[in-house]
Structure formats: C-alpha cells, structure tokens
Ligand binder design. Structure first.
Ligand SMILES: C[S@@+](CC[C@H](N)C(=O)[O-])C[C@H]1O[C@@H](n2cnc3c(N)ncnc32)[C@H](O)[C@@H]1O
Length: 455
C-alpha cells in the first residue's frame, strides 16, 4: 500500500458495530420468547457448532470487553461444571442430538483456568450427549498463556483439538503494566511451542491495537515479536473502548490512548507488514498464511463471519452453552443470561438459561447477508444477493448506495451493476462502509454510548 494521508480519515472515528452479528446485540431483547427459541432448536436440521463459555478469570485485564467472572475459589469453578452438565442435559432434550457437530469452541474468560481433569470431564460429557462429531470438525480453545500447562494440552490432544488461539495483546512491558497483564515474550513462546509439540496445526495469536501507551514504534516491535512466533493466523483487534459498560476500562487515562490517525497508521503498517511477510488479510482484523483454508473460502465467496470471527463453516447452527453465551440460527440469535444466580435458577427450574434474543425478519436476513459479505470479503456480489432474495438490489438499497457515495468519491469503494468492491484503503474503514446497510443505525447514530469507535 502506498503512502496515504490517513489523517483525513480520522473523521470516520465514530461509534459503530463490529458486526459479529446482524442485528447487533443491542437489538437482542426479552421480546423474543423462550418458546420460539425452543421451536428453532427443535426444528433445526443444520449441522451443529457448539460454543461453551467458561467465564472465570483469576485477575482482570483492564482492556477486556468479554463477559468474565473473577474468582480464585475452586468450588465456584467446580459448581459451574455441574451446572454446565445439567444445562447440556436440558439442551439435549430440545434438539436432535444426532445432528453432526462440525465445530466446537471453548471460549472465556480463561478456559484453561480449569484443571486438565475438569476440561476432560466437560468434553467427555458433551461428547456423551452429542456423539456425532465430524472427522474434520474444527475443535478449538482460547488460551491465556499465563494459565496453560502440559496436562491440559494432553487433554486437548486426546480430544482431537486442532486449533488454539493464544491471547497476547501486546509485548511492550509498559503497555502490559498498564493493561494489568504481565506476560513476558518467553512465556508466550513456551505456550506456542507446547501446542506445536502436540501437533496443533493451526495456532492463532490475538493482538490489540489502540491500547494505552501504544505508539506506532512500540507496536512495530510487538508485530516483529508476534511474527517470530510463526502463527498460522493472527487476529489484530481494534481496541473496543466501552468504559460505560466495563468498569476496568475506566482505570485508563484516556489521554494515553493512541489517536485515530495513529491507529490508522498502525493498522496500515500492520497490513503492509504481514502482507510483506507472506500473510494475507482475511476480513476486518485477521491475517493468515496463504495456504490457510480461509483463502479457498474467500475465492469461492464462502467466508463467513460470526461471533468467533471468521470461519469456513457457514450455515451451521451455533449453540451457545454456559453463562452469557450466544447462539445463532438461520432466523434467530439467542443469548444466555449474564447473571450467575439467574443462570443457576433457570437450570434448577429445568429451563435453558436463555435470556434474550432476536428473530430475523426477511429484511434482517437480506441486510445480514450483505453486511457479513462486506465484512468477510470486502465486496458484495450483487446478482447473487438479487437471486437469493428476489430483490432489485439498487432499488432495495437505494438509500444505502446514496450514503456510500462519499466513499465512492474518496476512491474507497467502487460500485458497478455486478459488484460493490472496497479498495485496500477502504478496508481500514470497513465498519463505516457496512453501516449504511444497517437498518437500526439511525436509532443509535448520535449515541456515543452505543458502540465502540470504528477507528
Ligand atoms: C474472549 S478473550 C479471551 C482470551 C483469553 N482469556 C486471554 O485473554 O488470553 C478473546 C480475545 O478478545 C480480545 N479482546 C478482549 N477485549 C477486547 C477489547 N476491549 N477490544 C478488542 N479486543 C478485545 C483479546 O484479544 C482476547 O484475546
């Protein structure tokens, strides 16, 4: 990418969704009845993607936007395993458990805060209730390298785990101190080496740009060190600063957060850096080696976006298990409660801990398809959308296309009869480019406390 005056794009730094779902989580509500959720589970025929949320963490990373529970009490952890098993029992009563499992993911929190035998117990239990696992299922876990040992790795190997995602965030000691996460390079490297020794073929590392005290120079060093680990994939997330939702983020002195033009400079450098080292960009914030299956998917237009980022396994019915987890089906999103007391009460009453969700109407489905295609492929195949949904794209989306004109004039987007294409510089602003297709945006437009900033 040649040198571009990025400062002029700072104006696009405004609240906007990350589109891990459409409609976004702000639209999930208790108006979506539990009975409808059960009906969708019961009627579902798609293959299954199981997500199990293990919410506990020993200590707070101040940047963290995830749903976590801090504890050091062993009994809380084991009590949760018992409830998880009961949740799985209830779930198994509501859907056809012979449906094929093509994806399994442990997310958190810190899943490896659990001991090896407990992880083994949870996986065994799930397999006993959902026995039909595809031989090429994607089986993965998020790992904090500070809590990871060989016994846990042996359990993962025994159960056929083939993907591991390590949380790194930043290697700079000052940044690590500020975010309350001291994680020396050697410790991360030892964790990656351990996973490799046990044959894990797909190793991902997560970094975040936009954290306190990060500078263009300091992040360059972080990228060098991340590259030296030779990960198969990397996620480079834009720090989502939402202090009105997450108390620990209020500990940051906001004047130490890098400004929007510095963040754009970092992002552009990151893209150049990884493309220069043989990686390719996948969707908004991911990079992978060219042999990665994500690229075959991009070429076929089959890359999909969901709560876990990007995947080749589209069309599966995502089932969320555990506190706060989110499920996704063809016509719904559903989220479990975030409150441990209510979680236990629901299960004690023989109900799933479902709390809210949203039913997708035809308009939501069309917009979801367009937004997800933009977020995954940086392009929209217009005839394909017209054929799938029976619409005249330019008529249906005349308002959105009108709003995109400023991006067209800025050479960030081109629109023909066949295709909307986002230019390499436009990819830096992909959330802004997707927003005109979002029918709910008008509702949140001016509200600073709706979403994190796009830049
Ligand atoms: C659910 S977290 C759990 C991973 C694991 N507990 C760890 O920290 O190593 C997954 C990833 O989300 C990203 N993340 C968390 N909070 C974020 C935020 N506020 N903005 C952007 N990315 C964030 C981090 O990169 C983190 O590794």
């Amino acid at each position: 990418m040649s040198h571009i005056d990025l400062e002029k794009y700072s104006k696009y730094s405004k609240p906007g969704p990350r589109y891990t779902s459409y409609p976004t989580a702000l639209e999930f509500s208790e108006d979506f009845p539990y009975e409808n959720y059960l009906k969708y589970l019961d009627e579902g025929k798609e293959k299954l993607s199981l997500y199990v949320h293990l919410p506990f963490c020993r200590s707070a990373c101040y940047f963290c936007g995830c749903n976590v529970v801090f504890t050091s009490k062993e009994e809380k952890l084991s009590r949760y395993v018992e409830y998880l098993k009961r949740e799985i029992d209830i779930l198994a009563g509501h859907l056809d458990t012979s449906r094929e499992v093509i994806q399994f993911h442990f997310g958190g929190g810190t899943p490896t805060f659990y001991k090896a035998f407990e992880l083994d117990e949870i996986i065994n239990y799930i397999k006993s209730k959902f026995p039909n696992w595809s031989s090429d299922a994607e089986i993965s876990c998020e790992i904090d390298p500070r809590f990871f040992n060989e016994e846990q790795m042996q359990v993962f190997q025994k159960h056929g785990f083939n993907r591991i995602s390590f949380g790194v965030q930043d290697f700079d000691p000052k940044v690590q101190q500020e975010i309350h996460r001291i994680q020396p390079y050697e410790l991360t490297k030892a964790a990656v080496d351990l996973a490799r020794r046990y044959g894990i073929k797909s190793i991902n590392t997560d970094l975040i740009y936009g954290l306190p005290y990060q500078s263009f120079e300091s992040f360059q060093k972080t990228l060098e060190l991340a590259f030296s680990l030779n990960p198969d994939r990397l996620a480079i997330f834009n720090y989502a600063h939402v202090p009105w939702l997450k108390k620990t983020m209020r500990k940051f002195d906001e004047t130490t957060l890098p400004a929007p033009d510095v963040k754009l400079q970092i992002l552009q450098y990151t893209i150049d850096f990884f493309e220069g080292h043989g990686y390719r960009m996948v969707g908004m914030d991911h990079f992978a080696k060219p042999e990665d299956e994500l690229f075959t998917a991009i070429e076929k237009g089959e890359l999909h976006r969901n709560f876990q980022g990007y995947t080749t396994k589209g069309g599966a019915n995502l089932i969320g298990i555990g506190l706060t987890s989110i499920g996704e089906g063809a016509r719904y999103y559903a989220q479990n409660t975030k409150d441990m007391i209510r979680y236990e009460e629901a299960i004690d009453a023989g109900r799933l801990p479902f709390e809210k969700g949203v039913e997708l109407h035809d308009d939501d489905k069309i917009r979801k398809a367009v937004i997800m295609e933009l977020m995954a492929n940086f392009a929209v195949d217009i005839p394909r959308v017209e054929e799938e949904f029976g619409i005249d794209f330019k008529v249906y989306f005349s308002d959105a296309l009108q709003s995109l004109q400023e991006f067209v004039e800025g050479d960030l987007v081109t629109i023909t009869d066949e295709k909307i294409s986002v230019s390499p510089t436009g990819t830096l602003l992909i959330r802004n480019i997707a927003m005109p297709f979002d029918a709910y945006m008008a509702k949140y437009g001016g509200n600073k406390k709706s979403f994190s900033k796009t830049v």
